[in-house]
Write a protein that binds this ligand. Structure first.
Ligand code: TRP
Length: 337
């Protein structure tokens, strides 16, 4: 058995600015992981195009926005390699090679893709690129010999499919060319949007990481609580109560939150008071991010430089992996750029 170094690999589709759900679910985790492991973060613009071909300009404009979000929350480009997927042609070539060891039936069975197809109402008009994006994601992961992939539950089928590809390639090669990866599931459950539905920019139920104080207040005001809890004196439900879900995720004083929950359940604590607390908590979380983001977001030269540096570091790794996989398919090494 070949032993591979631990490499953390993760990515985001640049379909819009990142929001608070990303912060709790993955961004804070990455800030920690960068001190423990080699870490690569991909801005997955090609993956974003698989269901946004008509919004290419927006995707392209969001690349630097997502990068600004990363830097504002504390992902440090000297510790984390931040790279642009579309600027790494080796990943596309790997995708092409992997497609030969994946069946159409297997792609159609991927539960995440299935759910997304329904959500997007593609019916029979599924872009082939969309159906195949799990293969491209396998290229993202293996292209860096990634072994640890911090993701939410919805991404588990992607890792499973990536590992199937890894096993096929290793079997063809009769040696371990690529490592399998495993998920690092986030500890905090996925945060819902303010209305209790899936957090999504298009549903307008999320709040950006650079929200103003007024936006925070409006966001919290719109949050779904317990419809049966009409008066402060009524007993209220915590389950499905979005205000408490956000307090769980972001309030540093969890002992007080536990106390508030008891009081809310018993009756005698109004939504107005809990929401006021959440506004303060979110302001504390967002204010420093907003401030850092406003300093860097306007500096496109700096942002572009960070992305260029990260991408060129990334290119060395992906090119070497590509050559390993090309050899498995009896192809000569790729000519150098
Ligand atoms: N599919 C992921 C998402 O929608 C984004 C992503 C692209 C990714 N490439 C990746 C995640 C590689 C982990 C590893 O959130």
């Amino acid at each position: 058995m070949t032993s591979f170094a631990q490499v953390v690999l993760t990515g985001d589709r640049p379909t819009g600015p990142l929001h608070l759900g990303h912060l709790a679910g993955s961004l804070l985790r990455r800030v920690e992981l960068q001190h423990q492991f080699e870490q690569i973060v991909l801005v997955a613009d090609l993956q974003a195009l698989t269901d946004n071909a008509g919004r290419a300009t927006e995707v392209s404009e969001n690349v630097l926005q997502v990068l600004a979000d990363y830097l504002a929350v504390g992902i440090d480009p000297s510790r984390t390699t931040i790279a642009l997927q579309s600027a790494l042609p080796a990943l596309s070539e790997l995708t092409m090679l992997y497609l030969n060891v994946v069946t159409v039936a297997r792609l159609e069975r991927n539960p995440t893709v299935k759910a997304e197809i329904e959500l997007r109402d593609f019916a029979r008009d599924i872009p082939a690129g969309f159906l195949c994006y799990p293969v491209s994601q396998a290229a993202d992961i293996t292209g860096f010999r990634g072994t640890l992939v911090p993701v939410g539950e919805d991404q588990l089928p992607m890792i499973e499919q990536s590992n199937e590809i890894v096993r096929r390639i290793n079997r063809l090669a009769e040696r371990d060319v690529l490592p399998e990866s495993r998920p690092l599931l986030s500890i905090t459950p996925r945060l819902s949007g303010a209305d209790g539905r899936k957090a999504s920019k298009s549903l307008k139920n999320v709040i950006s990481l650079s929200a103003t104080a007024d936006e925070i207040r409006a966001f919290v005001a719109s949050m779904y609580t317990d419809p049966e809890h009409k008066r402060a004196s009524d007993p209220g439900k915590i389950e499905g109560n979005i205000v408490f879900a956000y307090l769980d995720a972001f309030d540093p004083r969890q002992d007080e939150v536990a106390e508030l929950k008891l009081q809310y359940r018993r009756g005698g604590l109004g939504d107005v008071a809990v929401k006021a607390r959440l506004v303060d908590v979110l302001e504390e979380v967002i204010a420093p991010i907003r401030e850092r983001r406003s300093r860097i977001a306007g500096d496109r030269d700096y942002l572009s430089q960070v992305l260029r540096d990260g991408t060129s570091r990334a290119r060395e790794i992906t090119s070497s992996v590509l050559n390993d996989v090309r050899a498995v398919f009896a192809l000569a090494p790729s000519p150098p750029d």
